[in-house]
Design a protein around this ligand. Structure first.
Ligand SMILES: *Cc1c(COP(=O)(O)O)cnc(C)c1O
Length: 410
């Protein structure tokens, strides 16, 4: 089955009324025929639902669909991408543990790693996640490596297979944020990633109408109980141990659940993930090539032939570079003038919408970071991030061209 067919025909629960989409089960609780029946549901001895913080049919349908598309064995949906990142890590970590992460991560994730220090969890940052950079940093305390397959906004691309191969020799899992890559560009599990997380607020939803996140597991990592102590009581779940621990533990007790309405919006949005990504990638490449050829700003887009990641984009993503590009204008003033001049690009802090979005990350998403931290994340005072939309490429190019014509004005 091809990617687009799979998006429309996932295995799904029987729908009694014949609804073509899983309806929105907008309820808090589910009624049962007897006290004994509800007891069984609570003890996982019977299928069924009890309370929407723990499970809900609409949310369940979204979890099953993303797990299927990502080729995982299951998924847990969360209230936001940040909740997904947090829960994916805290499910395996405890005080004294260490994470290694890329310095070019999404700003919120960098801030989270700082917050985790208060709980005794330390993060070592590397400029770019490669097997060579990681090898000397792995220690007895390293419990996970966290990366974004395409860094947002650094746009560095991780060679997932090479990194996963190295980590697996040291029994360390690779947790990959695939928000910007999406399963359209890469099936991260096929390359060795152990846990995949998404801010599904972005390309999975696709329409910019709901905040959500999701954690997907493929069940292949062995959570050695000597190193991951919380896993002893979940051994009985076999390859489902990680998901069972998450669902029965921290995720449910922190109340990080996704609302049924937002799960529904994601289910609808996901149906066009393949179509959207195809268009987004071709628009982004056309715009990047135009800007590079024009020469008035420097453009970073991993699928450009001139990018240092071009070969990896070819081999790992089949040549598709995703929908984000960044440009450097020469100064903050020029960056602001350029952004303000664009007609079609909305000035907004999001990515993965159908409409083109533009932002000056240094003064917004990275406002809380110091200069050194910003530059490690590839954020400069003159940098603009563009999340390309599905508008007609010639209109986008014409719009960017007219904005460039005004960039030198006072
Ligand atoms: C947006 C984003 C997040 C955070 O997701 P929210 O849904 O905004 O909480 C995490 N990782 C990446 C790569 C993102 O782009």
């Amino acid at each position: 089955m091809g990617f687009n067919t799979a998006l429309l025909h996932p295995p799904k629960a029987k729908e009694t009324c014949g609804a073509t989409l899983t309806p929105i089960y907008q309820v808090s609780a589910f009624e049962h025929s007897s006290a004994e029946q509800l007891e069984k549901v609570f003890h996982n001895q019977s299928g069924g639902f009890a309370y929407t913080r723990i499970s809900n049919p609409t949310v369940d349908a979204f979890e099953k669909k993303i797990a299927y598309i990502e080729k995982g064995i299951g998924a847990v949906a969360c209230s936001s991408g940040m909740a997904a990142v947090t829960m994916a890590l805290l499910n395996i970590l405890e005080s004294g543990d260490e994470i290694i992460a890329s310095a070019g991560l999404f700003g919120g994730t960098i801030d989270l790693f700082r917050d985790l220090e208060a709980f005794g969890i330390r993060t070592k940052f590397v400029a770019h996640i490669t097997a060579e950079a990681l090898a000397p940093l792995l220690t007895e305390q390293t419990r996970a490596v966290f990366c974004e397959i395409i860094g947002n906004p650094a746009l560095d691309v991780v060679d997932v297979k090479r990194v996963a191969d190295l980590l697996h020799r040291h029994h360390i899992p690779l947790i990959a944020d695939s928000t910007t890559a999406t399963p359209y560009l890469v099936h991260a599990f096929d390359l060795g990633a152990d846990i995949v997380v998404h801010s599904s607020s972005k390309y999975i939803n696709g329409g910019g109408n709901a905040i959500s996140g999701v954690i997907v597991d493929n069940g292949s990592f062995h959570w050695n109980e000597a190193r991951y102590r919380g896993f002893a009581e979940y051994r009985k779940y076999g390859k489902f141990a990680y998901l069972a621990k998450l669902r029965n533990g921290l995720w449910r007790n922190m109340g990080a659940c996704l609302s049924p309405m937002n799960a529904f919006l994601n289910l609808v949005g996901m149906e066009t993930l393949g179509l959207r990504m195809e268009r987004l990638c071709s628009n982004a490449l056309a715009l990047a090539e135009f800007l590079e050829h024009d020469g008035r700003v420097t453009v970073n887009y991993p699928a450009l032939a001139s990018s240092s990641y071009a070969a990896l984009v070819q081999s790992q993503f089949g040549g598709r570079g995703g929908a984000i590009l960044t440009l450097r204008t020469g100064s903050k003033e020029k960056a602001f003038r350029f952004v303000d001049r664009l007609r079609y690009a909305a000035i907004a802090t999001n990515i993965g919408d159908v409409r083109t979005l533009v932002i000056h990350p240094s003064s917004t998403i990275y406002a809380h970071s110091g200069t050194e931290q910003k530059e490690a994340a590839g954020v400069y005072d003159d940098l603009i991030r563009v999340s390309v939309g599905i508008e007609d490429a010639q209109d986008l190019i014409a719009d960017f061209k007219q904005a460039l014509d005004h960039i030198e004005e006072e």
